[in-house]
Every structure is written in structure tokens, then in C-alpha cells.
Design a protein around this ligand. Structure first.
Ligand code: 2IT
Length: 445
């Protein structure tokens, strides 16, 4: 039998100074421990000990030259966490705050998220402490080339398929894919999020944001409610926030906030026109994080150095970073009448924020379910590459919608409580976990 406190104390001892990994593992283990303790096969297979240890962690040096001809040194990583149900799959994050602990938390979450998508993908994550902020295109290219020169030794279309995450979009994927081909001469689609003209999938760029709205639509249905007419606050301005703003608008909701590292914008007219969405894409390309220009251009209000959680809203959708919404923010949202929280950034809410929403009976969609649309369409990109074929936007979108609805159904099936209510967090964790744990038992050690 596993004892939660004892197991977590031992995990912390083995993984010092990795608080985000401990937080992510703690949340999942809390959800699944009863199910594990009731299953003799899981106990005999020591599933919790095995699943919390990455298969492999690769750490390497990335040397590159900046525009002033100075040599720069960064650290690169790939965490190949678990391949029980398919090749390692997960994004690369380039951000100054990246540490091994960050990537272990993201890789661990990715195992269960990928399992929920219904597609055969294992869990992995990688990245670097390289900050693309303020770098020229030429500098980003030199960095990406150097990063891939080392990473290519460890990845492959049936082994490990990286993609984008914070700081890694179409441009970075292009530079890395180009270098992979230069070194290996293979057109096997070893990265996802590629350009449409060279092996990418339609709807991949939009998929995380679209998928979050499809999931939200299903969750609201559980309460006899719809997205139409809702006021939504979003944080972030990148790829995820962009896709979410477009789909929310299409569904008849109004997105009133977006945010960057310098503050947030309150746009009472709604982030609802092509010009505004294109502005977000332009901001992403320059990695500036400063939305003052948006406020000036579109006549919105800018709140320097604040987060958007004081604004009254029906649906809150954190779309930026882990732990970006804390207990105080949750209490402000609750005071201002928030009805639903769709956590769209990976582990966007702190545990005490999640607890506050739970106490207030606010339905909460966890990120590993709500944001799984991105990696799901990455999986569909792999399928298209393997067939040397590409599907229409409508076909990909239809598959994405059906995957999000099946993820929601799994969360409800495994998260139903005795009183009839649904704990979507528990549901997502148990549903994602069981498939991987069963595979590990069947495949032996
Ligand atoms: O957090 C995520 O699911 C992603 N960054 C997408 C990963 C992927 O392989 O598309």
C-alpha cells in the first residue's frame, strides 16, 4: 500500500529543488492513490515509483554566436519521461526561467495529457534557458541550429517527436527542422508544428485555443449552459490565447482581456477582430510582452504590471504560465462572480487557488484536459506525415472536436462523485493514468 505523505516525502528527497515537479506529481498522486491501492496489479508493479522516474534525462550545452560576435552558452534539455503507450511526445520551451524541474513537471503532465487524447503518444518535454526576448531572427536561427545539432542524436519519428511550447513557434520549429534535415537527410516529420507547405498540419497553430473552447463547451453543457453571450478573461497573448480568442468569438462570447509580462489590456469591445488577432501574432513574433501598443491602437485600457484576474468575468482562462493564478486571484474572481475556470496554461493555477475554486463550487477544467487539443493535433500531424498525405482543415478540426469531447467524457466517467457532481481534475488524472499504468503492467519492466 502506498502512503501519500511518505511517498511524497521520499519523492522530494530524491528530487531536491524541483518544486514544480513535486507540485505536479503531488496533484496526480493525490487523485490516483486510492485507485492504485485498490489494484493489486498496480501495487505489485510498483507503478507510482516507476511512473514518477523519467526514463531518461538528457542535458547538453548549446553554444551560439550573437550579432556582436560574442559566444553565448545556454543549457538544453530533453526529458524522455514515459513511452509506455507511444513515442515520447511533447513541446520544447525556450524561456529564461526554464530549469530541469520545470521540464520534469511539464514532461510528467504530458504523459497523462497525451494518454487522454486517445492517440498513441508517450510523454516528454524539452527546452532551454535561452530567452528569445529581444533576439534577432539571425540569433534565434543560430541558437536553434546549435540546439538541434545535439538534440538530433536522441529523437526520431518513432522515438521522440518534439514540438513548440512557450518561446517556440513556427519560426523556431522551421530553423530546427532545417538543421535536422541538413544533418540527417530525412523528411520524416520528426517535429510537429511545422509550416503548412512542408509537412505541417492545418489547424495545428489554432488547436490548443480551439480545443480549450471545445472542452469548455462540453463542460458548460453539464450545467445546461452555453458559451454564447459569456464574458471571458484570458491571460497571455501567444499562440494559445490567440486561438482561444478566435474560437470564443466564433462561439458568440466576448474576450475582454489579454496580458503580457508588462501588464494586461482590458478591451470592453472584445478581442474580436482580425486586426486584433493579427496584432497578437505580431507581438508573438517580436516576443516583447508589452501590450501598451495594443491599448493605444485599439482604444483599450492598459493596466501596467497587473494580472487580469480582478476583472469581472463569467469564464476565466489562464493561457500563459504555470502558477500564474494564485489564491488571491481566485478569491477576486469568485468575488466578481466567475462561473467557470478553464485552466489552459499547463498547471496555470496554484494548489490553493484550485482549492478556493473547489470550496466555492466553481467548475474547474484542469489543463491536462483543457489544453490537450494542441498535442492532439500534433498527433494528427504525425499520422498525416506517416501517410505522406494531408487532411483538409475541416477534417482536422472535426477530429479535434471529437477528441476534446471524448476527453471530456473520460473526465466525467472517472470524476463522478457520490453526490453526482463531477471532479474534472480527479477524472482527468485517473483516466490519463489508468491507460499508462495498464500498459506498464502489460509490458513488464
Ligand atoms: O503543452 C503542450 O501540450 C504542448 N506544448 C504541445 C506539445 C506537442 O507535442 O504538440
Amino acid at each position: 500500500m502506498y502512503d501519500y505523505a511518505k511517498f511524497m516525502a521520499e519523492l522530494e528527497r530524491k528530487n531536491p529543488a524541483q518544486p514544480e515537479f513535486i507540485q505536479a506529481a503531488g496533484e496526480i498522486i493525490a487523485s490516483v492513490i486510492d485507485c492504485v491501492n485498490k489494484n493489486p496489479l498496480y501495487l505489485k508493479n510498483r507503478i507510482l515509483d516507476r511512473i514518477t522516474e523519467p526514463d531518461r534525462v538528457i542535458e547538453f550545452k548549446v553554444e551560439w554566436e550573437d550579432d556582436e560576435h560574442n559566444i553565448q552558452v545556454n543549457r538544453g534539455y530533453r526529458v524522455q519521461f514515459n513511452n509506455a503507450i507511444g513515442p515520447y511526445k511533447g513541446g520544447l520551451r525556450f524561456h529564461s526561467s526554464v530549469t530541469l524541474g520545470t521540464l520534469k513537471f511539464l514532461g510528467f503532465e504530458q504523459i497523462f495529457k497525451n494518454s487522454l487524447t486517445t492517440l498513441p503518444m508517450g510523454g516528454g518535454k524539452g527546452g532551454s534557458d535561452f530567452s528569445p526576448k529581444g533576439k534577432s531572427d539571425a540569433e534565434i536561427m543560430r541558437f536553434c541550429r546549435s540546439f538541434m545539432t545535439e538534440l538530433q542524436k536522441y529523437i526520431g519519428p518513432d522515438t521522440d517527436v518534439p514540438a513548440g511550447d512557450v518561446g517556440v513557434g513556427g519560426r523556431e520549429i522551421g530553423f530546427m527542422y532545417g538543421q535536422y534535415k541538413r544533418l540527417r537527410d530525412e523528411n520524416t516529420g520528426v517535429l510537429t508544428g511545422k509550416g503548412i507547405g512542408w509537412g505541417g498540419s492545418l489547424i495545428r497553430a489554432e488547436a490548443t485555443g480551439y480545443g480549450a473552447l471545445y472542452y469548455a463547451e462540453e463542460l458548460l453543457k453539464d450545467f445546461g449552459d452555453t458559451i454564447e453571450g459569456k464574458r471571458i478573461s484570458i491571460s497571455g497573448y501567444g499562440n494559445v490565447a490567440w486561438g482561444a480568442a478566435m474560437k470564443a468569438t466564433e462561439m458568440g462570447a466576448k474576450v475582454v482581456t489579454i496580458s503580457g509580462s508588462k501588464g494586461y489590456v482590458l478591451d470592453e469591445d472584445g478581442v474580436n477582430t482580425k486586426d486584433k488577432w493579427d496584432y497578437m501574432l505580431m507581438m508573438r513574433a517580436t516576443n516583447s510582452g508589452d501590450l501598451r501598443g495594443y491599448a493605444e491602437e485599439f482604444g483599450a485600457k492598459f493596466f501596467p504590471l497587473e494580472r487580469p484576474w480582478n476583472v469581472s468575468t463569467d469564464i476565466a482562462m489562464p493561457c500563459a504560465y504555470q502558477n500564474e493564478l494564485n489564491r488571491e486571484d481566485a478569491e477576486a474572481l469568485i468575488r466578481n462572480g466567475v462561473k467557470y475556470v478553464i485552466e489552459t496554461s499547463n498547471m496555470g493555477c496554484t494548489p490553493d487557488a484550485v482549492e478556493a475554486f473547489k470550496r466555492a463550487h466553481i467548475p474547474f477544467a484542469p489543463s491536462k484536459a483543457a489544453n490537450a487539443g494542441g498535442v492532439a493535433v500534433s498527433g494528427l500531424e504525425m499520422s498525416q506525415n506517416a501517410q505522406h498525405y494531408s487532411w483538409s482543415a475541416e477534417e482536422v478540426d472535426r477530429k479535434l472536436r471529437s477528441i476534446m469531447s471524448s476527453i471530456h467524457a473520460s473526465c466525467v466517467r472517472e470524476g463522478r462523485e457520490a453526490d453526482g457532481s463531477v471532479d474534472y481534475i480527479k477524472g482527468a488524472n485517473i483516466a490519463g493514468f489508468k491507460k499508462v499504468a495498464d500498459a506498464m503492467c502489460q509490458e513488464g519492466f
